[in-house]
Design a protein around this ligand. Structure first.
Ligand SMILES: Cc1cc2nc3c(=O)[nH]c(=O)nc-3n(C[C@H](O)[C@H](O)[C@H](O)COP(=O)(O)OP(=O)(O)OC[C@H]3O[C@@H](n4cnc5c(N)ncnc54)[C@H](O)[C@@H]3O)c2cc1C
Length: 191
């Protein structure tokens, strides 16, 4: 970061963050008084609308990710975990690396697009037992669990146990829920 330049810091490298950076790069083309940084936990942009296809083993994890450094020409990527935002002092605390080394990122303008977290609505048992479906690691976990259950059911002679291994309840019927239910269904009916 260079002193004297206007610093724009974007927090989050999902749809909101990446498209904000792309648009700002377009609008500020040629304006060298501005520097832009984007902070994200991962160094890739995840195409969530296809996440369920990874869970259903229809796609490989690498098929739905794009390196952020390749997508953005001018915006500097900082891979790390955002810990706090000091609105008065206009700085963001970011930790990164194996030792969680801490950095203060100073900003003039801040864009916060950190997405959402799964809301379990305090429904008994859901948070304790359910797998979430938000990140790439979530989809890989669902995929492994499905394969594990299909394998186990294949040689299960007790009909009740077999049925429970082949029964999946999806909590939530938004994009993630409906698409995941359809993906699980196709992986169960596949020959
Ligand atoms: C399975 C699934 C299917 C979907 N299908 C569709 C669809 O078909 N059509 C549609 O319109 N929408 C769909 N959605 C919804 C869509 O993915 C979201 O609306 C969209 O991702 C929201 O964008 P965002 O940038 O706000 O958040 P996200 O895309 O979630 O991005 C937030 C980013 O911030 C990062 N982050 C969060 N906290 C921190 C932190 N503390 N430190 C560092 N980084 C952090 C995350 O790692 C992430 O990269 C789907 C969602 C899912 C989960």
């Amino acid at each position: 970061m260079h002193a004297g330049k206007t610093q724009i810091v974007i927090l989050g490298g999902g749809f909101g963050g990446i498209y904000t950076a792309l648009e700002l790069e377009k609008r500020l083309r040629g304006d060298l008084t501005v520097e832009m940084s984007l902070v994200n936990r991962e160094n890739f942009f995840l195409f969530t609308p296809m996440l369920h296809e990874v869970a259903a083993s229809d796609l490989d994890p690498a098929d739905i990710v794009n390196p952020i450094r390749k997508l953005l020409k001018r915006t500097r990527l900082f891979v790390g975990d955002i810990r706090s935002i000091d609105l008065e002092k206009k700085k963001v605390l970011v930790c990164h690396g194996g030792e969680q080394h801490a950095h203060d990122l100073q900003y003039d303008h801040l864009v916060i697009v950190l997405g959402s977290v799964a809301d379990f609505l305090n429904l008994p048992g859901v948070q304790q037992r359910a797998l979430t479906m938000k990140s790439l690691s979530d989809a890989i976990r669902v995929r492994s669990r499905l394969i594990e259950h299909l394998d186990e059911a294949d040689f299960e002679c007790c009909p009740a146990l077999r049925e429970s291994l082949l029964t999946v309840a999806v909590a939530g019927a938004g994009f993630a829920g409906v698409e995941t239910a359809a993906a699980v269904n196709t992986s169960f009916v596949r020959p």
